[in-house]
Write a protein that binds this ligand. Structure first.
Ligand code: GLC
Length: 434
């Protein structure tokens, strides 16, 4: 059997089926185009940030249909958009702040058309909501995060601030988001940084229990992330910017999980960043996450004018090209049951419903691919990209006898592959199990 995960309060059935989602980080920082943390990194004062960006934010080329199409074409089944990031700016027309898209030259609620466009493409919707807020007048400025963290004025600036009022503001906004924008499938809060001396922020500062209760009251089935500094109550663990070595566990038990990653390092649009990952490596990462029982939430940082970066579009296109032919090795799939070992340079994904096993070849072998633990269990095998039969036979007995080293091991099965690597980023062999 495959690993049974801890039961989740929300409904994660669709989530573990769909596997591949799009993260979108979009806000005023797209104009700075040098990381969504630029206010923190450069200690930009409020007046300056707002004078430069808030008064000029005007995404005149914003076409939510095009975004949704790019996600759908890539094979992504859900999305999570930053309704509000750490800068505090809101993409929607919130009644609880003036710091919102409607008050910029954009002059309109940007969230609603976006959610509608994705839904029309059959893509589920999720909202990222930052717990951290560098704009709100009640958010206590701490020594760790934000433009004023090291300011000599910090104590003075904190005079009169009341974190509890900020916590109430968050609840008001979350209520708005979960009642006025249709069914939301994922709620993604970010993030907590409790410190032993109390100088950070965690559940007491966010009033996490109340926030949880509110979310569950308004959207009982929603998939909720784990970044509110709570030991339970959440649905998914969210390892960030790395590939876990195996199925993600919490307190010794396997959980539902989602890796979130960027194309290039920054989450917000970053014009000059040069560390863009290759399409092939991104495809391998998606496979690797599913082979370990997880999801991949891959991020796009749209530009200030409202378009996807050409480098993101190129990679999404490549991933979609692969997904079109190989998506049944991803959707509905999970880690292979115990006893089946991935051959060298390969990953296995397994669909327990259809009983098909997928062998993803990260490096193309020379003719023989030995599958340990598969002997007698496979009925039929084919290359997935073209549905061409793969025969299973190892070396001729005389070959093994004369040259040794390649003998049939008990329990293993040899696939006979073509010498030429199929013309796809990662070739996959589909095995129909008995
Ligand atoms: C982080 C960062 C952030 C990004 C997020 C995505 O915690 O603060 O900018 O939104 O991770 O996981």
């Amino acid at each position: 059997m495959t690993l049974a995960t801890m039961p989740t309060p929300g409904d994660t059935r669709w989530f573990v089926h769909d596997r591949f989602g799009m993260f979108i980080h979009w806000g005023l920082y797209a104009m700075g185009a040098r990381h969504e943390w630029l206010r923190h990194a450069e200690k930009v004062p409020t007046e300056e940030y707002d004078r430069k960006y808030f008064t000029r934010f005007d995404p005149d080329l914003f076409n939510p249909e095009a975004w949704a199409q790019a996600a759908a074409d890539a094979g992504m089944k859900y999305m999570v958009i930053t309704a509000k990031h750490h800068e505090g700016f809101c993409l929607w027309d919130s009644a609880h702040t003036d710091y919102k898209a409607t008050n910029t030259p954009a002059g309109r609620d940007l969230l609603r058309p976006l959610l509608d466009a994705f839904r029309r493409k059959g893509i589920r919707t999720g909202l990222y909501y930052s717990l951290i807020d560098w704009h709100h007048p009640d958010f206590i400025i701490d020594p760790h995060i934000g433009p004023y963290r090291e300011s000599p004025e910090r104590a003075a600036m904190n005079q009169g601030r009341q974190q509890a009022r900020y916590a109430a503001y968050m609840r008001d906004q979350v209520r708005e988001l979960l009642t006025r924008y249709g069914d939301i499938d994922v709620m993604w809060f970010d993030f907590s940084y409790p410190k032993p001396d109390g100088s950070g922020k965690g559940r007491a500062d966010w009033e996490s229990e109340k926030l949880y209760a509110l979310v569950r009251e308004l959207a009982p089935k929603i998939v909720l992330d784990d970044r509110l500094d709570m030991t339970d109550g959440w649905d998914i663990k969210t390892p960030e910017q790395f590939n876990p070595r195996g199925w993600v566990h919490h307190e010794g038990k396997p959980v539902v999980w989602e890796a979130c990653q960027t194309f290039s390092g920054s989450w917000g649009y970053h014009r000059d960043e040069q560390t863009w990952r290759s399409s092939e490596e991104l495809i391998r990462t998606l496979i690797d996450m599913v082979a370990k029982g997880g999801n991949l939430l891959l991020n796009v940082g749209p530009t200030a004018r409202g378009e996807f970066d050409h480098r993101a579009l190129a990679r999404l296109g490549d991933m979609g090209g692969w997904m079109r032919r190989h998506n049944r090795a991803i959707y509905g799939c999970t880690q292979a049951p115990e006893g089946f070992q991935a051959p060298q340079d390969c990953r296995l994904t397994w669909n327990p419903q259809t009983r098909r096993m997928y062998v993803h070849c990260f490096a193309w072998p020379y003719k023989q691919l030995w599958l340990d633990g598969f002997a007698g269990k496979v009925e039929y095998a084919q290359l997935l990209h073209d549905g061409s039969e793969v025969e299973f036979k190892g070396l001729e007995p005389w070959q093994a006898e004369h040259w040794g080293g390649h003998e049939q091991r008990s329990g293993s099965l040899a696939l006979r592959l073509p010498v030429d690597k199929p013309p796809v980023a990662v070739p996959v062999i589909e095995l129909f199990l008995k």
